[in-house]
Design a protein around this ligand. Structure first.
Ligand code: 0PR
Length: 365
């Protein structure tokens, strides 16, 4: 630490010089996060000091968390769903596997998931000492449900399906997975960290949620397509009290038990996430998703006229291309297979896509 503190002016001039080094969102085409909605920022600032880790001190904020879970439960066809606000998809996935492991105690537990699963599952399996049984995806980048059925055995504690994959924006055959899970009485976790705020608002929604009887838990991230402030994730459970299986004693807090992973938990992004849902409503969210999907289609069509083929026909707003380079200063990303990947988030406007296409065309002319 500095022995003598800085003046406020010097301090903030230092902070703003650091912030200037960050990439302007205008050029960020690689991110699954976006600029937070203004109502999320306003709500976040109102709840900065709140701590959901000791909810008895913040009953108003705790009620917002319950409301957020109820909103998501209703959106995902199960109003009575249990759950809580996490820090994002990684924590939700870790907690889902922790829950599955607690419910089915076997000596050598394994988890069956697609090769397209987000790397957070590697962290979860490492932390929880779970064997990861990776199932291939087909040419359409969707998990092969039959191959999943083949590797499931008596030690399988959880089957995982992805609704909106990180790299190719695909939805796994969740209906088929739900049938397998239901028949074998296996815990089915759906990672809809990205797709959970997209799929319900598509022109033709694809079944992926609690409407399918085999689905046990779902992860959705308001800090991705929900335009909340970071960190905002949600883990939902079909059984309202399912998470109580993870309870540990917290004798000196205002609540005597806790199932969360984090102890101290900010209520600010919870208020932010709820603010966006209630401000936009389903009509507003549908408009946002429709815009992002149109931009994705425009990008794919524009690249095709430049002779660049799409690497997949995505279900959600992630476009990938068989192509090895992109012009600076655009920040794109690359999949494990080496495909160019662009996520058409709400901050990626139509004119941004047109400018990118023009500069891409000039570079590849
Ligand atoms: N599940 C899926 C399907 C995801 O896509 C992600 C993250 C997670 C889980 C984990 O979520 P958290 O990162 O919130 O814990 N997907 C993005 C990715 O890894 C996250 C991201 C966002 C990365 C913005 C970069 C970035 O600039 O690509």
């Amino acid at each position: 630490m500095l022995s003598k503190g800085l003046s406020e002016e010097d301090l903030f001039s230092f902070l703003s010089s650091q912030k200037k080094e960050d990439i302007d969102h205008r050029y960020i085409l690689s991110s699954m996060c976006t600029l937070p909605h203004p109502v999320a920022v306003k709500a976040h600032c109102m709840f900065m000091e709140t701590n959901l880790g000791d909810p008895g001190l913040f009953p108003g904020t705790a009620a917002l968390e319950r409301l957020l879970i109820e909103r998501f439960g209703t959106l995902l066809h199960h109003k009575e769903a249990g759950g809580y606000a996490t820090s994002g998809g990684t924590e939700s996935n870790i907690q889902a596997l922790r829950l599955a492991k607690a419910i089915k105690p076997v000596t050598y537990p394994n988890v069956v998931l697609p090769e397209s699963a987000h790397f957070s599952f590697k962290k979860a399996c490492d932390l929880l000492s779970l064997e990861m049984r990776t199932v291939p995806t087909g040419p359409d980048h969707r998990m092969l449900a039959n191959a999943a059925a083949e590797v499931i055995d008596k030690n399988t504690i959880c089957l995982v399906g992805i609704a909106g994959t990180t790299e190719y924006g695909m939805i796994d055959p969740i209906e088929a997975l739900a049938k397998i899970a239901y028949q074998h009485d296996i815990f089915l976790h759906i990672d809809a960290a990205f797709g959970g705020m997209v799929i319900p608002f598509l022109e033709k929604p694809i079944p992926f949620d609690f409407a399918l009887p085999g689905v046990t838990t779902i992860a959705v991230d308001p800090h991705k397509m929900g335009m909340s402030t970071i960190p905002a994730g949600v883990l939902l459970t079909r059984e309202p009290d399912m998470l109580d299986t993870l309870n540990i004693d917290t004798p000196y807090l205002t609540v005597k038990k806790e199932f969360t992973l984090a102890g101290t938990r900010t209520g600010a992004p919870v208020a932010g996430a709820l603010a966006v849902l209630d401000y936009l409503g389903t009509d507003g969210m549908r408009a946002v998703v429709t815009g992002c999907m149109k931009n994705t289609q425009r990008l794919i069509a524009g690249m095709a006229t430049l002779g660049i083929a799409p690497a997949a026909t995505p279900d959600v707003n992630v476009a990938t291309f068989a192509c090895k380079s992109a012009p600076p200063p655009w920040k794109v990303s690359w999949t494990r297979n080496g495909d160019l990947r662009i996520v058409c988030m709400p901050h990626v406007h139509r004119d941004t896509i047109e400018t990118f296409l023009k500069e891409f065309g000039e570079m590849h002319a």
